[in-house]
Write a protein that binds this ligand. Structure first.
Ligand code: IMP
Ligand code: MG
Length: 178
């Protein structure tokens, strides 16, 4: 199989710089409190690992898995919890950590259902935001990068499970017929 790597959209250096800034901002906003970082699997694993190590307030980490995409780059529109959190959210300051905010369907569903568990506060941090793609009204409290409508991969994000381990964020080039 030809090993052609996706072209770079955001460099490793720019990601690390921005993740440090996000961590500083979160640390300042939650000064004196403990934050429960809720990573949405699998896409958030790299981002969460870097973010959690740069946040200076105490953190607890938990994960959930939802299904929204199959092995294609099109949304199925179906969101369901496949793996739930272990941690109760009641009276906790929760920050949901997501790789990509695209149509918003996934995070809308997740935050609506997590709110029912009565956290003290609930915010969202998304590494990548594609505002042009939004189908439901939702915004992230912390955004790493706004990007144009491209299918991005790397730093945790995949295309049919590939490229999650790229240290940078790249994009999948549209196929041309020519
Ligand atoms: P949404 O529900 O459309 O906002 O999609 C969010 C989920 O789909 C994210 O958790 C991503 O894992 C995945 N996703 C959306 N856009 C992309 C992309 O460009 N590359 C890889 N995964 C994506
Ligand atoms: Mg995801």
């Amino acid at each position: 199989m030809a090993a052609r790597l996706p072209p770079i959209l955001i460099t490793e250096k720019a990601i690390h710089q921005r993740v440090s800034e996000l961590a500083q901002q979160i640390s300042a906003d939650y000064d004196g409190r403990e934050v429960l970082l809720v990573g949405i699997l699998k896409g958030s694993w790299v981002f969460l690992a870097d973010l959690a190590r740069r946040v200076t307030v105490p953190v607890i980490v938990d994960f959930m898995t939802v299904s929204s995409y199959g092995a294609s780059t099109k949304t199925s529109g179906v969101v369901k919890i496949v793996l739930d959190l272990k941690c109760p959210l009641e009276n906790r300051d929760v920050v949901v950590v997501e790789d990509i905010l695209d149509t918003g369907l996934t995070l809308k569903y997740i935050t609506d259902s997590l709110k029912l568990r009565r956290p003290r506060s609930l915010r969202i941090v998304a590494l990548v935001d594609k505002p042009a793609r939004r189908k439901v009204s939702i915004r992230a409290d912390y955004v790493g990068f706004e990007v144009p409508d491209k299918f991005v991969v790397g730093y945790g994000a995949d295309c049919a499970e590939r490229f999650r381990n790229l240290p940078y964020i790249g994009y999948i080039e549209e196929k041309s017929d020519g």
